[in-house]
Write a protein that binds this ligand. Structure first.
Ligand code: LLP
Length: 404
């Protein structure tokens, strides 16, 4: 049991708390599910990019799935070996491509023909051979929130199967490109297995047909996306997930790469916020707290549900919107949530906040970002200090002084 009251006193609120032991057990469970095959779990750094979190996974043998050169740098500095790092994303700049190539990471995940040309050109300039994989968009509806669906042609990600085949043939004839993998990621927070299996089948068929053309791919990268329980979702068991993928790989000798983010960190994380006031506008009840959309934007952006724990607060419950101090009507952490009457300084703990919580935060309304705390083997420690006003203005202040 995490003692949220003590943590809130010690570190103040709003506050992110992560249970590192939970992250470890999720990592082990997924690794175990793929044990029949060569596999690499490449943690999707974007889910929670705190250096201590990335280092925690590095120590467990994880690789990293990165979507900016900043994430690649984080992974490297936390001890993730370059040969387990993948760089994905639809819009990589020349500088990012250059740095990824000189860092000698496992491969760059290519998302368009135009990008392939840039990579080829840069590799030629550097006098090296670029290892790549191609992100295939299998046009499968992942049945998740439209903002986190990525595997349909209507989404900006990847290339269709025919273009992918043409691109691999192009790679084969290039002196500066070595195609070693194939990638797909159809969406996030997936709770149904069929779309994943279907996508894997389409991609595995392509790998087999490339093999006929003597293009032998070594890495079968299935992306991330494994969903978790926020409320009452039926989730996919790691074993079933792995079996669904493995069942499509007949006659293929490939290493599986899996890029989990949310599955590893979401339910390890808690966002603790303190009640400031209660108020009612006519019969609409609001509980105003010190955390806001700049700390946890998922409810505002995706209408996402995060369970709220009131730490044994008694009393009759009635629905309330939990809202923050930010000047936006969209600033809410929960809507119509059944809550007992709250007092000034009572704590609310929002659950499942360990993925896409802190990382999607901002300084909107000149609010400093929360501190982050790790709990490991029953001990707590600070892993990011609370941002001060000075931190927020640091990059602007010098220009003001110049003007004055
Ligand atoms: N690999 C690729 C190529 C991805 O685009 C993503 C997530 C992942 C792996 C990790 O997916 P996960 O295992 O975490 O589902 N901000 C949204 C989620 C965006 C996910 C973007 N891509 C949210 O808060 O729900």
């Amino acid at each position: 049991m995490i003692d949220f009251n003590t943590l809130a006193k010690k570190y103040k609120t709003p506050l992110y708390v992560y249970d590192f032991d939970y992250m470890s057990s999720q990592f082990e469970a997924l690794k175990e599910a793929f044990k029949g095959r060569k596999s690499i779990l490449a943690y999707a750094v974007k889910a929670n990019s705190n250096l201590s979190v990335v280092k925690h996974f590095a120590q467990m043998g994880s690789g990293a799935d990165c979507v900016s050169i900043g994430e690649v740098r984080r992974a490297l500095m936390c001890g993730i070996p370059n040969y387990k790092i993948i760089f994905s994303g639809v819009g990589k700049s020349d500088e990012e491509i250059t740095e990824a190539l000189t860092s000698d990471i496992l491969y760059i995940n290519v998302e368009s023909d135009a990008e392939l040309s840039r990579i080829e050109m840069i590799a030629k300039e550097l006098g090296i051979v670029a290892r790549i994989s191609i992100r295939v968009n299998p046009n499968i509806d992942p049945k998740t929130h439209p903002y986190i669906s990525t595997g349909l042609h209507a989404n900006k990600f990847g290339v269709d199967i025919n273009s992918a085949k043409r691109m691999y043939i192009r790679c084969k004839n290039s002196e500066h490109i070595n195609p070693i993998g194939i990638h797909f990621h159809i969406g996030s927070q997936l709770t149904e297995l069929d779309p994943i299996r279907e996508a894997a089948e389409i991609v595995a068929d392509l790998v087999r047909s490339l093999s006929v053309l003597k293009i032998e791919l070594k890495f079968f990268d299935i992306g991330g996306g494994l969903g978790i329980r926020y409320k009452d979702e039926t989730t996919i068991a790691p074993y079933d997930y792995a079996q669904a993928i493995l069942s499509t790989l007949t006659a293929l000798d490939v290493t599986i790469i899996c890029e989990p983010g949310r599955f590893l960190t979401a339910n390890s994380g808690y966002f603790i916020t303190k009640v400031l006031y209660e108020k009612a506008n006519s019969d609409k009840r609001f509980v105003i707290v010190d955390g806001a959309m700049n700390d946890l934007i998922r409810p505002s952006l995706y209408d996402a549900y995060h369970g709220v724990d009131t730490l044994e607060k008694d009393g009759e419950k009635s629905p309330a919107d939990i809202v923050g101090p930010v000047c936006e009507s969209g600033d809410f952490l929960a809507k119509d949530y059944p809550l007992a009457k709250m007092q000034h300084n009572d704590l609310l703990v929002l659950k499942s906040a360990g993925a896409y919580g802190f990382g999607m935060g901002s300084n909107y309304n000149t609010r400093g970002r929360s501190a982050e705390v790790a709990i490991e083997s029953g001990k707590d420690r600070l892993i990011r200090r609370r941002e001060s006003f000075e931190d927020i203005i640091a990059l602007e202040k010098e220009f003001l002084e110049e003007e004055m």
